[in-house]
Design a protein around this ligand. Structure first.
Ligand code: NAD
Length: 433
């Protein structure tokens, strides 16, 4: 099938590349010329494991092309995905102006029947708005469907190629059949393609992220309780996770959820519920808990140094909001960095892949190094903000030799407190004493 994907960010690029991988002819369009230039050279502008190889192969086999010209992409394609960003607006709601602008451009570019599919996470009712906007621009026939994306950064290619399920929101049987045909190769292991009405599909994506965020805030609040009552959240978590009704996923205590999806999607659901006049108390609480959790580690740092970190040097391991991605949007590391810098401390950071992103977001406000141990030299403390695998089993004796202060603030509970203390470190984790 001929497919266009508008927006080649974390989602659009993976969607386009993986669809090409199953034999579809895909043109990806993005308004960012520098991204398209990189992509034409076979280089992904983002870090995502496995993506570059697929990208190059499908470009070489001429199933995948990149353009800045949306018109060219739409003219060739039966199915047009919209995968541009939907950031929070000032009220916390999702700003869908990018999606609607693209819809308008699609309407103007159409030269025959098209199925316009929202991949972006959009509030209930957005498909109706798209329909109106496109209809005002063209006399061609078209349908609008919702097909929310559930991939996770860091495992995006795998998630897209082997999804748990695919949600298709449409009232039109033909559209459902065409999208089922397109997705056929991805569900050969029996995973379902669930067809439902458009509004429910739009809401399903938010419901999933809202639930995941709530689980994270639940375990974080439980961790804080554990500290007060001298219990160990890791033991409690194990006891909970083995309950088949509960499971382990998204039950890891830490320094809060971040990234480009959970925080903004939670805010959007809260906003949608407020507009609908019903409120969503549990999510409001989950969000408030998360805001507090982002500074839990900073509070521990300040308590340890009697409130005075001026002139101190902090080594920071991990900048991205989670491992295996360079995405730093709303990363908890940022809240810690800001808190330290504004109190006169210095930060020297290492992240396996987020260095370029950090330069873009923080400039020269922090020092960046290219090896994890280099961050430690003469540092007064180590702060672990992201649980990259390579941080899990470091040479503690070597670390102790490099650092001036022997204290570790472990925001992801990746160390065994006993082992770390044996080497002479003072240890602070989340929810364990
Ligand atoms: P992103 O910011 O990485 O990418 C968006 C891309 O759209 C950018 O490359 C931008 O240049 C391009 N763009 C913006 N306006 C355009 C226009 N008018 N024409 C052409 N291109 C345009 O965003 P993302 O992380 O890929 O997220 C996209 C959507 O997918 C969001 O709604 C997000 O909530 C949703 N989503 C994201 C993830 C994720 O893990 N990142 C997962 C599931 C769903």
């Amino acid at each position: 099938m001929n497919v266009a994907v508008i927006g080649t960010g974390y989602v659009g690029l993976v969607v386009g590349t993986c669809l090409a991988e199953t034999g579809h002819d895909v043109v990806c369009a993005d308004s960012d010329e520098s991204k398209i230039e990189m992509l034409r050279g076979g280089k992904p502008p983002i870090y995502e494991p496995g993506l570059e190889e697929l990208l190059r192969r499908n470009m070489e086999e001429e199933r995948l092309a990149f353009t800045t010209d949306l018109r060219e992409a739409v003219a060739k394609s039966l199915i047009v995905f919209i995968a541009v960003g939907t950031p929070s607006d000032d009220s916390g709601g999702a700003d869908v102006s990018g999606v609607l602008d693209v819809a308008r451009e699609i309407g103007r570019a159409m030269n025959g029947y098209r199925i316009i599919v929202t991949k972006s996470t959009v509030p209930v009712g957005t498909a109706d708005k798209i329909r109106e906007i496109v209809a005002a621009e063209t006399s061609e026939q078209f349908d609008v469907a919702s097909n929310p994306e559930f991939l996770k950064e860091g495992a995006a290619v795998d998630d897209f190629l082997k999804p748990d399920r695919i949600i298709v929101g449409t009232d039109d049987v033909r559209v459902a059949e065409i999208l089922k045909e397109m997705y056929g190769p991805f569900v050969r292991t029996g995973r379902p393609i669930i067809v439902m009405d458009v509004r429910s599909a739009e809401l399903t994506k938010y419901a999933c992220n809202a639930m995941l965020a709530t689980r994270i805030s639940f375990i974080n609040e439980l961790a804080n309780l554990c500290e007060k009552v001298e219990a160990d959240v890791d033991n409690v978590r194990e006891g909970m996770g083995t309950d088949s009704r509960i499971g382990y996923a998204f039950l890891f205590p830490g320094i809060g959820f971040g990234g480009s999806c959970l925080p903004k999607d939670v805010r959007a659901v809260i906003r949608t519920a407020a507009e609908a006049g019903c409120g969503f108390g549990i999510l409001e609480a989950a969000y408030a808990v998360n805001e507090r959790q982002k500074i839990v580690l900073l509070d521990k740092i300040l308590a340890h140094f009697d409130g005075d970190v001026e002139g101190k040097l902090f080594a920071l391991w991990g900048l991205s909001f989670k491992p295996r991605t360079d995405d730093m949007r709303e990363a908890p590391s940022l809240a810690i960095i800001e808190g330290l810098l504004e109190r006169g401390a210095a930060v020297r950071a290492y992240d396996p892949v987020a260095e370029e992103m950090a330069i873009r977001m923080l400039g020269d406000r922090i020092e960046l190094v290219t090896r994890n141990y280099d961050a430690l030299k003469d540092a007064d403390a180590l702060v672990v903000a992201t649980e990259w695998n390579e941080f899990r089993r470091p040479d503690l004796k070597r670390m102790a030799g490099l650092m001036r202060g022997h204290v570790i603030f472990d925001g992801r509970n990746i160390y065994n407190p006993k082992t770390v203390k044996e080497v002479g470190f003072t240890y602070y984790g989340i929810g364990r004493t």
